[in-house]
Unconditional design. Structure first.
Length: 256
């Protein structure tokens, strides 16, 4: 009797094993259905790309960096918010910087625009400031320097001091959006224009020409935007205008 019971248990175990897998070793209908359900579940989209903060003034972290060629002057400053993304709708946008040093203290300045992976150089130029103040750098109208809609780019602005070995640097990002509305008509977030580069450029142009926009002076708008991004201390600095690039130097003389 005991032998019969043992044989019955063995046969039952074999039957259960046969239900788990087929003779060819394939999964049962239950397991296959479960995997099919798992495959049909929507995959999570990849997380959005988080760009680093823009470095609006030289330095950062625990390291000490020169802030200006003349230590008594305010720091070199890029007129952009720290947080990204920062947009433009223009193919050839303009970038603004506060250079507080006298021209005699600056050997030259250099602006470089790169692809987001920094493998391709879109534009590079060197400048000599004519006077202290807020200067601007505009991309030339050539197709080779045009930003592509939906693409992100990295820029660097570097100042080489005249009488010292100090090198000042700020850097950041710019993304060209597909928006077609003028910068003034784009809705704002937290009091800031969404298309920052274009709005700040239009306001600077209005300030330089003394024009009025929407029945009010542009100065309060300019000061409000800069204060909102922590740059209120330079809101009253005069606008110098666009710096003209120097002639291209041979590679052997370009670097320093």
């Amino acid at each position: 009797m005991r032998k019969i019971e043992m044989v019955a248990k063995v046969l039952s175990a074999v039957a259960l094993s046969a239900q788990a897998t087929s003779p060819s070793g394939q999964m049962t209908a239950f397991t296959a259905t479960e995997r099919k359900i798992n495959r049909s579940r929507p995959r999570r989209p990849p997380p959005p790309r988080q760009l680093p903060l823009n470095r609006v003034r030289p330095g950062g972290g625990l390291e000490l960096f020169a802030q200006a060629c003349d230590p008594a002057q305010p720091p070199l400053t890029a007129l952009v918010p720290e947080a990204n993304p920062v947009y433009t709708a223009a193919a050839h946008p303009t970038f603004f910087f506060h250079m507080s040093d006298a021209p005699t203290d600056v050997a030259r300045a250099k602006f470089v625009l790169l692809s987001s992976d920094e493998r391709a150089e879109i534009y590079s130029a060197q400048f000599v400031p004519s006077r202290a103040g807020i200067v601007s750098v505009s991309l030339p109208p050539e197709d080779s320097a045009a930003l592509v809609e939906g693409e992100v780019y990295r820029w660097y602005f570097t100042v080489y001091c005249q009488n010292t070995d100090s090198v000042l640097g700020v850097n950041g990002w710019v993304e060209r959006t597909t928006a077609s509305a003028p910068a003034e008509e784009v809705p704002t977030e937290a009091g800031l224009p969404i298309i920052w580069y274009d709005a700040i450029a239009r306001t600077a142009e209005a300030l330089a020409s003394g024009a009025r926009r929407n029945g009010s002076l542009s100065q309060p708008q300019w000061a409000g935007w800069l204060s909102a991004v922590g740059l209120g201390d330079i809101a009253s600095v005069p606008l110098v205008g666009t710096m003209m690039p120097l002639p291209v130097e041979p590679d052997s003389q370009a670097g320093r």
